[in-house]
Write a protein that binds this ligand. Sequence first.
Ligand SMILES: NC(=O)C1=CN([C@@H]2O[C@H](COP(=O)(O)OP(=O)(O)OC[C@H]3O[C@@H](n4cnc5c(N)ncnc54)[C@H](OP(=O)(O)O)[C@@H]3O)[C@@H](O)[C@H]2O)C=CC1
Ligand SMILES: O=C(O)[C@@H]1CCC=N1
Length: 286
Amino acid sequence: MALPSVSTVGDAAGEEFSMVTVAVLGAGKIGHTVLSGLRRAGRPAGTLLATVRRPERAVELSAALGVEVVGNAEAVARAGVVVVAVKPQDAAALLAELAGCFTSDHVVVSLCAGLPTSFFGKRLPDGTPVVRAMTNTPALVDEAMTVVSAGEHATDEHLAVAEELFRPLGRTLRMPEAHQDAVTALSGSGPAYMYYLVEAMTDAAILLGLPRAVAHDLIVQTAVGAAAMLRDTGEHPVKLREAVTSPAGTTINAVRELERHRVRAAVADAVEAARDRAREIAAEQD
Ligand SMILES: NC(=O)C1=CN([C@@H]2O[C@H](COP(=O)(O)OP(=O)(O)OC[C@H]3O[C@@H](n4cnc5c(N)ncnc54)[C@H](OP(=O)(O)O)[C@@H]3O)[C@@H](O)[C@H]2O)C=CC1
Ligand SMILES: O=C(O)[C@@H]1CCC=N1
């Protein structure tokens, strides 16, 4: 099946984008993030369309990104690639509204947590390629982790189309769709777990009498440094933790408390609960 790409254009960094129009249906937090990443990466505003529900969002979006905001049906009619970025609970109504607008030449990229590509398959013309994608909010600083999975009619070329959307936002990876609920629980929701830990450490610093602003700076730089060590050294986290943990030193006392409070088990339960919620959403929306 031919991709809807018609031509390419280079950006300042020499990147090339296929000049197919990309429409983001439901440009809320994540939709806006995807659009802003594409704009930062040099994609011309004229190749992007957005849809929203509230008129004030439309004004904000056009002002911030210079992107044209149109109705859902017009967006689908004018686009080759359609990114569905509404909440999973809003997806069925959106697709019902758009019955008859899609053709099997569209490439549909769903960001909806939990919804399998079969959900879209049932509501789109036969043979429409659907790619399921899960990104995360660090896309705002071009540090996203995005995982893309092919649905029934999606080929490697369609995955490449989706990757082209997300690559400017950070790292991308292909995985079988069967892993998407786990991916959602891990990297999709993951930034929230990291921020939760930062909040908890800030409270701990206040307890020890550090000024809040100083505590914040210490923790943020420690988080950035630890993340850079994980990424740049390629070392196993156990090794990195051992290097901090001196015999009869301070760190081991803290680690003993984390173990006593079963933080490791709590993390496993938390991620499993997020994965289970993704499955529940799929069952609710089926
Ligand atoms: N937040 C995150 O970190 C991530 C979210 N996701 C997924 O991305 C999707 C969006 O999440 P998020 O951006 O957080 O949610 P938001 O609520 O911020 O965005 C959804 C947007 O869709 C709009 N919308 C709903 N129905 C329609 C419609 N019929 N036509 C046009 N616009 C519509 C909403 O408008 P209004 O504001 O007026 O209601 C809202 O702006 C979800 O499916 C979520 O699972 C994926 C990865 C990470
Ligand atoms: O909480 C959610 O449902 C979405 C999906 C992953 C991150 N946020």
